[in-house]
Design a protein around this ligand. Structure first.
Ligand SMILES: *[C@@H]1O[C@H](CO)[C@@H](O)[C@H](O)[C@H]1NC(C)=O
Ligand SMILES: *[C@@H]1O[C@H](CO)[C@@H](O)[C@H](O)[C@H]1NC(C)=O
Ligand SMILES: *[C@@H]1O[C@H](CO)[C@@H](O)[C@H](O)[C@H]1NC(C)=O
Length: 388
């Protein structure tokens, strides 16, 4: 490549599914006449896919190997990729197009310049932090999961708080691995999966009935709907007493990871989502974009939608850099969601109907994840092959 080809600096904050799929899409779509320098900023020095498999890894830590790519620093298609890990974003300067990072361990600061900045920091469950990896090595993550799996194994009782797909999938895994641990599930809504058609709730309740038919009296799964937990008193609003020796899984309260972004003058909604237009451009900025869980595009936030967003965003940036005028507007689509209930049961949910239920969908969820992961696990293909 001639030296005269200018380098275009793209900085991606967040090395989760959104950040990685966007980067790989960009590498594939940009011809060799352009020289990209992409910097991915992430807490951890490896890639981890967060999905049903993450829950499975809490029961069987060796499954974690299937969810990670230990080293994704690679050049691809002649473009350069740099991964900065162990750092926290402390400032975005829109005038000089630089961000400031602070090293978590040494507190040293550094500045990184960008031509285009993509924010893809995802979301977090503050009451269930182990779901998402933190700073530290892959070995530290693994031992954290080992420790937690021992805690689950020893639990005399489990309380699941929540009623979304996360709560349902956890219920399924727990029932697979420990069919003897009694479970109390408390949901504030009258239905499980209450944004889905009624059939989804009915199917979860049938799953619970089937599981209970195999459980002894003192090991039953108890579902409490339309009620709320008070952990200070270990009762619910309606006065149901909860066990005081239970392990509690708080499967609610996913919040976009945008704390501090208001101080950088990034416009946020009341819920903390970054305000973007249909090209994912952050309101009031020229070259800053937000992708995936953090933006305020109204759709189910999941890996499948992150993928569609990454596709549009990388196509648009590739066009922009190549001087092609076409910019695609993102259209949120009706989404098909597969919710597993353990390895051997599940359902496929559409906006207005249940597309299918049964053994096949528990299996399918694992297969779809494997499809993504086979690519993700391979450092060569992570950033160069087509996986959407
Ligand atoms: C990150 O910073 C926190 C708070 O100072 C510290 O407890 C933790 O050990 C640090 N992690 C790493 C990997 O340096
Ligand atoms: C309520 O239950 C939790 C977890 O099972 C326990 O840690 C806590 O001590 C209990 N609180 C009271 C007031 O009994
Ligand atoms: C994301 O959330 C976690 C947990 O609340 C927090 O430790 C982390 O610093 C957040 N990251 C960003 C970029 O806001």
């Amino acid at each position: 490549m001639p030296d005269t080809v200018p380098s275009i600096r793209v900085v991606v904050v967040g090395g989760g599914v959104s950040g990685i799929l966007f980067t790989s899409g960009l590498f594939r779509r940009l011809g060799k006449n352009f020289h990209l320098h992409v910097t991915i900023i992430d807490k951890k020095p490896y890639f981890e896919y967060i999905g049903t498999g993450t829950l499975r890894a809490m029961f069987n830590p060796s499954h974690h190997d299937n969810m990670v790519n230990p080293g994704f620093t690679k050049t691809a298609n002649g473009h350069e990729l740099e991964v900065l890990h162990g750092k926290v974003l402390t400032n975005i300067d829109k005038t000089s197009n630089t961000i400031t990072l602070r090293d978590n361990a040494s507190s040293a600061e550094m500045m990184v310049e960008y031509d285009y900045l993509y924010i893809a920091t995802g979301c977090s469950y503050s009451k269930f932090p182990i779901l998402k990896p933190d700073f530290g090595s892959i070995e530290e993550r693994r031992s954290q999961l080992e420790e937690f799996s021992q805690q689950i194994k020893a639990a005399p009782h489990v309380i699941i708080i929540g009623g979304g797909s996360f709560a349902c999938e956890l219920l399924g895994e727990l029932n697979d691995y420990y069919p003897n641990i009694p479970i109390t599930l408390v949901n504030t809504r009258p239905n499980m999966l209450d944004r889905a058609p009624q059939g989804a709730h009915d199917y979860v309740m049938r799953f619970v009935d089937k599981a209970n038919a195999k459980r002894k009296e003192d090991e039953k799964i108890k579902v409490i709907l339309n009620d709320m937990v008070h952990l200070k008193t270990n009762t619910t609003n309606k006065g149901v007493e909860l066990p005081t020796n239970a392990l509690i899984f708080s499967c609610y309260g996913a919040a976009p990871n945008t704390s501090g972004f208001g101080d950088f003058n990034i416009p946020l909604t009341a819920e903390g989502h970054i305000k973007v237009d249909l090209y994912f451009k952050v309101e009031g900025t020229n070259n800053i974009y937000a992708l995936g869980d953090v933006n305020n595009i109204a759709e189910e936030k999941m890996a499948a939608t992150a993928r569609l967003q990454a596709k549009v965003a990388s196509t648009n940036l590739a066009n922009l850099i190549q001087g092609k005028p076409k910019q695609i507007e993102y259209e949120p689509k009706e989404m098909v969601q597969v919710v597993s209930l353990g390895k051997k049961d599940g359902m496929m949910i559409k906006t207005s109907s249940i597309a299918g239920t049964g053994r096949m969908f528990g299996w399918m969820k694992g297969k779809v994840e494997n499809l993504v992961l086979n690519t993700v696990r391979n450092p060569e293909s992570l950033l160069s092959k087509q996986f959407y």
